[in-house]
Design a protein around this ligand. Sequence first.
Ligand SMILES: Cc1ncc(COP(=O)(O)O)c(C=O)c1O
Length: 450
Amino acid sequence: MGNTMEQVRPDLPHLTGPVPGPRARAIIERDACVISPSYARCYPLAAERGEGAMIEDADGNRFLDFNAGIAVVATGHCHPRVVEAVQRQAARLIHMSGTDFYYESLVALAEKLAAIAPGGIPRRVSFGNSGAEAIEGCLKLARYSTGRPNIIAFLGCFHGRTMGALSLTASKAVQRTGFGPMLPGVIHAPYPNCYRCAFGKEPQSCAVECVKYIENSLFHTIAPPRETAAVFIEPVQGEGGYIVPPKKFFDELVRLCRQNDILLVTDEVQCGMGRTGKMWASEHFDAVPDIFAVAKGIASGMPLGATVARAGLMNWPPGAHASTFGGNPVSCEAALATIALLEEDLVENAARMGAYMMARLRDWPARFPIVGDVRGLGLMIGIELVRDQRTKEPAPDLRDRVVSMAFERGLLVLGAGASTIRLSPPLVITRDQCDFAMETLEDCLKAANA
Ligand SMILES: Cc1ncc(COP(=O)(O)O)c(C=O)c1O
């Protein structure tokens, strides 16, 4: 990256002047004229190139990227082995449509996903291009294979923006407003958010009321088990605020699903691919999904989504479900290179760096009155800001201020949920980069608090 970096550490931020600079500003002005206003940009970053955990903008400013393209570039920006795989495959065969023809990378990637899927059971895979498409596949397969119409999903979860996925999504009102009616048969239950328990319980003494609600209330009213195909859940809630459920929740949820022949479908789109320090977030809870959705981190930025199911469940006939571009050879090769890197050491690094940061973050609620809660697994960490630790009133304005101040200091973070700062760096980050992020956020929290 840039050659203006004499005496500047290439692995840490360096700003050449106030941001945005003139080139970034010009891009942003053009963008404002032609790009859909539905895109929600938090700060004026115009990215030009990336390497590892660093992003250089159009004016040569270097930022430390704690977003990873929204949890996508698991192996960092432009990892040489991913770039090599993409270039090699692009020169040989870019597209053939696996829906109608055969090619080896499609099979190799499905074999690999089946081999690393939770549970060690036979799996089949259907490919698409995005998280939403992976969820659509899960939704259609759940209904098709059970012959049942209803789906139980959770408040706060985000599953994508196509109409089926959007019907499951219950994250922010703006995402659904004006787009109804949604898919019939989708029923939402409270997510196990122990910091803000919908049932007023404390984690230590709760009796998993959020599963009881499904069993004692939904099953007896609007979602009888024999009409309910599946429960869809993010094992760690992403867009909704980086929320980690207690293990006993999953123990109960799995029991409920098994007792009633209801499929457990996990959305690993954001929390999967090693981000939490295990390949799949559901592995932290020993929950083996019948079907799961993967995308984002799977191919380090090349578009790819996958619906992975118990082999016996994927019993739909030719023509029932497919996607022209899904699993194109270039994305498949990028995914194979990505998974190899994750298995070599990046999943382990995510666990290590996550634990390192969490050790430092743990006392932030005691040190900063505006920090209500810190939680996370691996490199999926949420810092929830509140106006008052006792009332837990969310503080979205303070959160947004911290996010903006961090940008002005060279650190890229984003919000999630009502007032949480999310940390989702690439899995290649180092201790020094973690230290920079922690120190910068501490400065910003002090400034926001003042
Ligand atoms: C958990 C989860 N599921 C699904 C999606 C949708 O993915 P995509 O934007 O690739 O359609 C997202 C995107 O943020 C997500 O976080």
